[in-house]
Design a protein around this ligand. Structure first.
Ligand SMILES: [Fe+2]
Length: 363
């Protein structure tokens, strides 16, 4: 097997959803499974920072509890959108219609599709090429199983999916579910076969169906909103990508900071306030300062927030872009909404050959 799989597990706390990013180390091609609409910027930042090329945004099924981020991911990366073809004409926007036995290649690695209906008709599990990992969506959960009481759910079908498609995998095959509500991150086939309270041990189909038909769960809160959106692969009704800012091409990093490129700043100096948060003496050192930059050291920023005008977006700057990143946090906490950190600070500014000012006589 060529190289160790790149693997990240991500969590959306609002819906307790797990998202998985898988990448081929030799080609950097990647797929993402069950990305969440509201987490799009986080997921995209991680893909960019790991220098991955996304080839597909895959869903394990048409979700009822959150909206997929697949369409947003396609807009951002031109990846394909994959989901089961069993949803038929109701599903729009997907261009990779999958069924049992299909393979999804990303570089020199691939996933195998296993049809695992029961929670919905179109539930599929994605199995890694080495059979070391399976992404089960809402079919098999850790010490649980997906509910079967809406969206064509059927407990008998789910029983057969789990016992025939998942429990036939090697005991040490790791199970990564679509959700967990108790902070558990993974399990294994052998472990669930032994200890799953719904379908493990000696449970037969009648035991499982009896259990599942009496869960008495409340109707999912997000269903009325999530289902129509997911049938559009997560495309908003107005067809527009939500903008992070209306004043400039800002980007969110995986660390959660909002940043902007120095090139853009250099071309828009008269439209923004450049706030240099280095110590004043640093501004006269080798790297110099940006023309018109206002000096306010990070250590004094919080008590002096009122001095900063809010009529223009604020671009924070420092030596390498670290202290200025923290400055954006302080500014946002102080009520500033149009704020971005200049990526890479004065070091990158200088590397790009952008103009600086120096006080006469300074080094
Ligand atoms: Fe679900």
């Amino acid at each position: 097997m060529p190289g160790k799989l790149i693997f990240r597990q991500l969590f959306d706390a609002a819906s307790s959803t797990y998202t998985y990013l898988l990448g081929c180390p030799s080609t950097r091609q990647a797929v993402i499974i069950d990305t969440v609409f509201e987490q799009h910027l986080r997921d995209r930042a991680l893909i960019e920072e790991l220098e991955l090329k996304l080839v597909a945004a895959l869903d394990t099924h048409c979700h009822a509890d959150h909206v997929t981020g697949a369409w947003l991911m396609q807009q951002a990366t031109a990846c394909r959108i994959g989901i089961s073809k069993r949803y038929g004409d109701a599903m729009h926007g997907a261009d990779l219609l999958l069924d049992h036995g299909d393979r999804i290649a990303f570089g020199r690695r691939h996933l195998e599709v296993r049809a695992t209906p029961g929670h919905t008709d179109g539930c599929i599990s994605y199995l890694s090429d080495d059979h070391h990992m399976v992404f089960t969506g809402d079919c098999l959960l850790i010490r649980g199983a997906g509910r079967c009481d809406f969206q064509q759910g059927h407990a008998g079908t789910l029983y057969r999916s789990i016992t025939q498609q998942l429990f036939s995998l090697p005991d040490d095959c790791a199970i990564f579910p679509g959700h967990d509500y108790a902070g558990r991150t993974m399990s294994s086939v052998g472990e669930e076969r032994a200890h799953n309270p719904r379908i493990g041990g000696q449970a037969d189909e009648r035991d499982f169906v009896g259990f599942m038909d009496n869960l008495n769960l409340p109707h999912p809160k997000q269903l009325a909103m999530a289902l129509p959106a997911n049938l559009r692969s997560g495309q908003p009704e107005d067809g527009k990508v939500p903008q992070l800012a209306d004043w400039g091409p800002v980007r969110q990093t995986y660390a959660g900071l909002i940043e902007i490129d120095p090139e853009w700043v250099s071309e828009h100096l008269d439209e923004v306030l450049v706030l240099d948060v280095r110590q004043p003496e640093e501004m006269d050192e080798r790297l110099g300062r940006i023309k018109g930059a206002r000096s306010l050291p990070l250590s004094e920023l919080k008590p002096r927030l009122a001095e900063i005008p809010q009529d223009q977006p604020v671009i924070t700057v420092c030596h390498a872009g670290m202290r200025s990143g923290q400055a954006t946090v302080i500014l946002r906490q102080g009520g500033f909404t149009r704020v971005a950190n200049m990526r890479g600070g004065m070091l990158i500014w200088q590397q790009l050959g952008l103009p600086v000012e120096r006080r006469a006589g300074s080094a």
